[in-house]
Design a protein around this ligand. Structure first.
Ligand SMILES: [Zn+2]
Length: 317
């Protein structure tokens, strides 16, 4: 069902970044290092190989260009769920061609972040109609600042802006298969949607779920730890043991059991951070107390360091 990913340059880069953010540095230094996440991800995508995972019923996953990308190959056209980063266009185009000669007819963005929408323009230029939550459309149309990335994004070019916006759960038939698009209440951002490919029982859940990594939470555009936990619980309530769950980041092929472990991690760390904050500790003091320690070996080795994640939780409790 899956290829065996080799050690790509992307992995190498993320490992370097991980060591930067988990070596012996103060929480404040670790936080500053992680703030370069936008440039790091773009640079990684420019170098990374694309790894293809073939699932069932003509669904594949592509890893290596920002967020995980799902592809449905219909008889006459492909549907992409997320667009990745434009720097990887040549390798992404090749990976798509290897799946079949159909053009990309439709693209669904799971939320507005650059590592899921940066490829919108080139995919649109090749004929893709773009569908997204209305808040994704709104955020792409105007300049955005994400404080925790210390990054200002300019408005996107017109071709990158979704032509079709939704603001409620919507079932669409694209390339001959049914896809249920479900809108989350604000979670990772205020623009998150999941996409369920019903025939294949594959569910892309956006950046609500990071598989094996502490998640980023974008408070600048409506995200929160409590919203992230609530969204995770919504997914758990709607999937079954056979559902292939696709996280926004981390190993792209996941399942209900792994998602439950992720929820448990979020809930426990939230409680630990809330209890320390309630005692009057500052964000630095809480990070120094290492409220994530029991989970760091499994979740804290990649791009969002334990100290960075602690601060993201601290903001929301
Ligand atoms: Zn995101």
């Amino acid at each position: 069902m899956t290829n065996s990913p080799t050690l790509s340059r992307r992995n190498f880069c993320l490992c370097c970044l991980a060591s930067l953010t988990t070596a012996y540095v103060s929480p404040r230094q670790a936080f500053a290092a992680a703030r370069n996440i936008v440039d790091s991800l773009k640079e990684s995508a420019g170098l990374a190989e694309i790894t293809t995972y073939k699932l069932r019923n003509n669904v594949a996953l592509l890893e290596g260009s920002g967020g995980n990308i799902a592809v449905y190959c219909g008889r006459d056209g492909k549907v992409l769920i997320d667009a990745g980063i434009s720097a990887s266009r040549p390798r992404l185009s090749q990976a798509l061609a290897d799946l079949g000669s159909q053009p990309v007819a439709n693209l669904i963005n799971t939320h507005w972040h650059f590592d899921h929408t940066d490829g919108n323009q080139w995919l649109h230029s090749e004929g893709a109609n773009i569908i997204a939550h209305e808040n994704t459309t709104r955020h792409l149309r105007s300049a955005q600042r994400v404080d925790d990335w210390d990054f200002n994004f300019p408005p996107s070019p017109q071709g990158a802006v979704p032509a079709t916006s939704i603001n409620m759960d919507t079932v669409v038939e694209l390339a001959g298969t049914r896809m249920a698009i479900a809108c989350f209440a604000p979670a990772h951002t205020d623009s998150d949607v999941s996409v369920h490919l019903e025939d294949a029982n594959v569910l892309h859940v956006a950046d609500v779920y990071w598989n094996g990594l502490y998640p980023f939470i974008d408070y600048s555009t409506g995200g929160s730890i409590d919203g992230t936990i609530a969204a995770t619980e919504k997914i758990i309530a709607t999937v079954d043991a056979d559902t292939i769950i696709v996280p926004g980041h981390g190993h792209p092929v996941s399942n209900l059991g792994e998602l439950k472990q992720y929820r448990e991690m979020l809930v426990t760390i939230r409680a630990n951070v809330a209890s320390l904050k309630a005692k009057g500790l500052s964000a630095d003091q809480v990070a120094d107390a290492r409220p994530t320690a029991a989970f760091d070996d499994k979740w804290g080795k990649a791009i969002i360091s334990p100290a960075f994640f602690t601060r993201l939780v601290y903001k929301g409790v």
